[in-house]
Design a protein around this ligand. Structure first.
Ligand SMILES: NC(=O)c1ccc[n+]([C@@H]2O[C@H](COP(=O)([O-])OP(=O)(O)OC[C@H]3O[C@@H](n4cnc5c(N)ncnc54)[C@H](O)[C@@H]3O)[C@@H](O)[C@H]2O)c1
Length: 385
């Protein structure tokens, strides 16, 4: 007989871009449409209550996804023992206070990154979670991208040998004119509202480095505001005070060097909007969101530098694609399923508030390195326990 394990989830910030699409529609609603998360003889059934400020938008959203419960009263939701999980996808500047309130109310917490504006505050949340014994997790979706999962398999199989260097290119053109309002919220470009590409993206880079290559020991960074004026949601011009481009070099463990270029003012000519290339002594690999390609030492072509004639061989033609072994899944949904299993079945979930705090820490050091224009060590922030 199948055991049904209900998990009540308070979902805050689901009227926003990430909350509505990735977390509600493509994760929780999709899981429910498929009958829950199957785990042995059990089925985990997420039972959400949608929380926000605008009742009519919540009602509409709930109806669209066959969800009965919604509320504009977060305090009342946190006081209800029927719901054991608090999820937060609000704007970054509102997260720390709400997550702390949820932890103090005895809830387990799953939330978007960055978890707070400073590493001290982010580590404070990790410590509070440890103190109250709450299960906790933070979205680290890039790890669950099909392309990155393939890269991880390539690394685990040792195909690349000793790692030498990593190069990450992230970004695309985020229009600063009227079209821009349909791409990303305007607070992303205001430092005073928790915006900026360093705070946003270096959290992702930190967990990618930690999980794939090793922790960052030191860095140099230049962060810039390339486009000083943008249009907001009302079409009104505003001053962009946050960085929208960041160029960094990281020293990782074992002498591996990583270069990162992240920009919302770049026109990509690469195989995806996010691409990571890893060069090793025995081979190279490059991964995007979906696909991953490899070139072992044995098939590496010999190029001869001659600027006077066109290249005889397209460098891309000697790379082999890593095949799809499993049907690709949405990274956000995959991580949600693992978190629900963590809560309902006590399975491990290492992507926690402490690792998120280390990501905020990396962003903090990068912004300081940029302001001071020098190499800085990255302090070890630990686990918060
Ligand atoms: N994991 C990822 O790849 C990824 C990508 C983009 C954004 N994010 C993160 O997700 C979070 C949300 O980003 P977004 O792009 O969805 O932003 P958004 O502006 O589209 O949505 C923000 C949400 O917060 C709510 N909110 C804002 N101000 C509020 C207030 N005063 N009171 C109550 N609720 C309020 C909004 O109603 C909305 O539901 C951010 O922290 C961002 O860094 C993560």
């Amino acid at each position: 007989m199948t055991r049904s394990l209900r998990v009540g989830v308070i979902m805050n910030g689901v009227t926003g871009r990430m909350g509505r699409t990735q977390h509600l529609a493509r994760s929780i609603a999709a899981i429910r449409a498929d009958g829950g998360v199957r785990a042995g003889d059990a089925v985990i059934w997420p039972d959400p209550v949608l929380v926000g400020r605008d009742e009519s938008r919540l009602r509409e959203l709930a109806a669209a996804h066959g969800i009965e419960r919604y509320s504009t009263d977060l305090t009342a939701c946190l006081a209800d023992p029927a719901d054991s999980v608090y999820f937060d996808a609000q704007t970054t500047s509102r997260r720390e206070e709400a997550v702390a309130a949820a932890l103090r109310a005895g809830k387990h917490v799953y939330c978007e990154k960055p978890t707070a504006g400073t590493s001290a505050a982010a580590m404070g949340l990790a410590s509070l979670a440890a103190e109250v014994g709450a299960r906790n997790g933070v979205v680290q979706d890039k790890l669950f991208l099909p392309g990155v999962q393939k890269l991880q398999r390539v690394l685990e199989q040792g195909l690349l040998g000793r790692l030498l260097a990593v190069r990450v290119e992230f970004g695309y053109w985020v229009f600063a004119d009227a079209v821009g309002t349909t791409q990303r919220p305007s607070w992303n470009y205001r430092q005073q509202d928790g915006g900026g590409i360093v705070l946003d993206m270096f959290c992702h880079f930190n967990y990618l480095f930690e999980n794939l290559f090793g922790p960052v020991r030191s860095l140099a960074c230049t962060a810039l505001t390339h486009l000083p004026q943008r249009l907001d949601e009302q079409g009104t011009p505003y001053r962009a005070t946050a960085d929208d481009g960041a160029y960094a070099i990281f020293q990782l463990d074992d002498g591996v060097v990583a270069q990162v270029s992240a920009s919302w003012a770049v026109r990509p000519f690469r195989h995806d909007l996010f691409v990571v290339q890893v060069d090793g002594e025995a081979g190279s690999a490059t991964a995007g969101l979906q696909r991953c390609f490899v070139q072992p030492a044995a098939t590496t072509p010999r190029f001869v530098w001659n600027p006077d004639i066109p290249l005889a061989t397209d460098p891309r033609s000697s790379w082999a694609e890593v095949p799809e072994l499993l049907p690709p899944v949405n990274g956000f949904r995959h991580q949600w399923e693992l978190f629900l299993r963590h809560v309902a079945l006590d399975e491990p979930f290492p992507w926690d508030l402490a690792s998120a705090a280390r990501g905020v820490g990396l962003a903090e050091v990068a912004l300081r390195a940029s302001a001071e224009q020098r190499w800085l060590e990255v302090p070890e922030l630990g686990t918060g326990a």
